[in-house]
Design a protein around this ligand. Structure first.
Ligand SMILES: O=C(O)[C@@H](CO)OP(=O)(O)O
Length: 315
């Protein structure tokens, strides 16, 4: 069913010009890590690519994972079921994304994963405009040989100042089937509040011709385990910009929630959540409050060191 619904988008870094042969040129960011993608599935081709990691840290101990639901979209504002319809942010959503960016501006980001939908991509890009690293997020295009070749970056220096952005349909919002485009309030009046609540928040009951949360979690969590977790394991700091239900699925996995517990999990638009991945475990650190808040750098020793490096680097 999913294959018919979504066109697979080959994603990844292969041939993107992102390369680990960067010299040790920066006083503060003198150490580079190289990593190798070795994953290959029908839909994704992340392979044989090196990316630079621009902070000093002990990559074997911990990495940060930021999850962010997109800011308010035009259909959130109109209270319409959105699902996989590709709707942009409202002005308020833009502001939420910028505010989220301020809140995570001091947390290192080496790679970004977003869904294939514009509201998540806008959120990631707007958030990164606030980041203290001042690196430029670049969407990686590997959907064809030509796309790979034509988007190649030929400057090592520019590559070092970039953050690869991987887009993946597997991180899309759940596909809401025949509810897409319908008003949530009117649908509740028509089918009854309980029925609509069951479609929206039960774990395994799909809306008409759509995905249940369970179906959404199968593809979102499989993608997370296959493509995102290996990056965290290798010491990369990752941001994931996605959607209410794809992120609820991922949080269910990270926090080991039961299918009952996840039914009450609600995520606000544009609010980042921080996890620290260490020794194969995820530690939830809630939502960062902002770079000026006392104590935020004490989340982990690496973050404290990172902050110090940023301070030394900034004018
Ligand atoms: O419409 C949607 O796509 C989602 C998220 O906005 O709605 P719900 O809250 O029902 O999961």
């Amino acid at each position: 069913m999913m294959a018919a619904t979504f066109k697979c988008q080959p994603t990844g870094l292969h041939g993107s010009g992102i390369d680990a042969s960067a010299p040790r040129s920066s006083r503060n960011f003198g150490r580079f890590y190289s990593m190798r993608f070795a994953c290959n599935t029908r839909c994704n081709t992340l392979r044989h690519v090196h990316t630079p990691l621009s902070i000093s840290q002990d990559s074997s101990t911990e990495s940060s994972l930021i999850l962010i639901r997109h800011g308010e979209s035009l259909w959130n504002e109109k209270n319409l079921f959105t699902g996989c319809c590709d709707v942009p942010l409202t002005q308020r959503g833009v502001e939420e994304a910028i505010e989220a960016g301020k809140r995570i501006s001091y947390i290192p980001v080496d790679m970004i994963f977003t869904s294939a939908l514009i509201r998540a991509q806008m959120t990631a890009m707007l958030a990164m405009t606030q980041h203290l690293q001042k690196k430029i997020p670049i969407i990686i295009h590997n959907e064809s040989e030509e796309a790979t070749t034509w988007t190649r970056v030929y400057s090592e220096k520019t590559t070092k100042q970039s953050i690869p952005v991987i887009t993946a349909w597997e991180l899309n919002e759940r596909m809401y089937g025949e509810l897409q485009g319908l008003n949530k309030q009117e649908t509740a009046e028509r089918y009854g509040k309980e029925k609509v609540h069951e479609w929206r928040r039960s774990f395994d009951i799909p809306p008409p011709k759509g995905e249940s949360l369970e179906m959404c979690s199968q593809r979102a969590v499989a993608y997370f385990k296959h493509f995102i977790e290996p990056q965290l394991k290798s010491g990369k700091h990752v941001m994931v910009a996605a959607h209410g239900n794809s992120l609820r699925s991922i949080i269910m996995y990270l926090d080991r929630l039961t299918s009952q517990e996840v039914t009450t999990l609600e995520l606000s638009t544009g609010v980042p959540l921080l996890y620290i991945y260490t020794e194969g475990k995820y530690m939830s650190r809630g939502s960062p409050v902002g770079p000026t808040e006392a104590g935020v750098y004490a989340y982990t020793q690496s973050l404290a060191v990172y902050r110090q490096q940023l301070d030394e680097m900034l004018p």
